[in-house]
Design a protein around this ligand. Sequence first.
Ligand code: PLP
Length: 388
Amino acid sequence: MDLSYILNHLGEDRETYRGAVSPPIFQSSIFAFPSVEAFRDGFRDEFRRTTYTRGNNPTVEILRKKVAALEGAEDCLMFGSGAGAIAAGVMASVSAGDHVVCVQRPYSWTRALLRDLLSRFAVAHTFIDGTDIANFEQAVTPATKLIVLESPNSMTFEMQDLAAVAELARARGIRTLCDNSYASPLNQSPIAAGIDMVAHSATKYLNGHSDVVAGALCGSEQLMREVFRGPFMTCGAILAPHDAWLMIRGLRTLQIRMQRIAATTQLVLAFLQAHPRIEKIYYPHSETNPQFALVQEQMRGASGLLTIALRTEDVAGVERFCNALERFLMTVSWGGYESLMFPVCAVHPAGAPLKSGGALPLNLVRLSIGLEEPEVLIADLQQALAAI
Ligand SMILES: *Cc1c(COP(=O)(O)O)cnc(C)c1O
């Protein structure tokens, strides 16, 4: 199936919507049935039928089909956040007494899910450096039921060899889940590498407009039905029809946004690499990335999220840089049309030392490249670097 067909047409049953080119928003919590027999039928398969919007909704269903196709998965469930999608995938896969192996620097709330929430329900976990397959072999035990991956992660971009992890897990009957938010479905296909479940913070590139918080979980129909009967219907972290409609609209431009972002990021990267105030750059598609060979093998195009380490004596220099930037908005999240920055020092108390060992150094600033003219962003970075 070609990409533009998925983004422009798949799932959009226009004949039933009186030819509407943009699909209607089914702003209805419930769907009525003409007979008891039909009602019974609706109950029989809430995963596919439309009975109640906590289960399925026609507008959300269009999005489910598109995201599943983008990931090359049989099915997809949409959630009210990426955290909701990841939590559902994990909770559907473990019981008390089980063990989960997870990469050492996952998204903060993925870490909290395992460390703070599921540990209360007797689910054990081990965080490992996922850049070396040997660490997975060492960490799995007979109780391991799930391996949680994030490749690359969204701050320092360590990757895992997805095919190798999938093979190791399959041989031991262990399920795998990969957070693919960074790459987007356009640039990496974990399902094709043998991974069982793919999660997205659809808040980021998939929606791309900084106006919806959403999540997606993709996998085989059987697995998605299992998640549906379990945490999806039980915890109810669903995506509202209106937000699904906004996401369908956001997806129309996914391909062109990603192309533009990748091209601009290449120019920004070249500028930063040559700048004396830049100590180090974290970016998967940079030739200085120690995992560059894996990136070339496993990923297609590039994304626009990178982290720079500033050459400065103290955190005050980092703050001067960030405060001087005019076109990069200072905030959380990433993946929108607008360029953003996230200084690591903002989550530490004022006056903290630049490098305290263990945690990330405080001279790191993450940049999310948006759709602005490249020369505008480069000029802004240039004047802010001069302010250090
Ligand atoms: C933002 C993010 C999440 C969480 O998604 P929400 O939509 O904010 O709940 C998960 N994984 C990664 C890599 C993220 O960047």
